[in-house]
Write a protein that binds this ligand. Sequence first.
Ligand SMILES: [Zn+2]
Length: 83
Amino acid sequence: MSQPRLTCKDAIDLLADYLETSLGPELVAALERHLRDCRPCVAYLNTYKRTRTLAGEVGRVEMPEEMRRRLRQLLLDQLTRPS
Ligand SMILES: [Zn+2]
């Protein structure tokens, strides 16, 4: 069986769904595997979670699309920047 391999961009696109809705078990596994050795994506996820906690007590309030877009851009900038 072939598991999907995610790029960072794939992972970022999946994170919102991962946190807010239910992904299929295969995608969740692929995402978690990606997160195990991808620090930028983990950082993104943590920022996302923290922002959500601040924005809404128990996740009632969704992260504003604007902020989501900015976080996404921030991460993509980090990934494409030669370090
Ligand atoms: Zn990644």
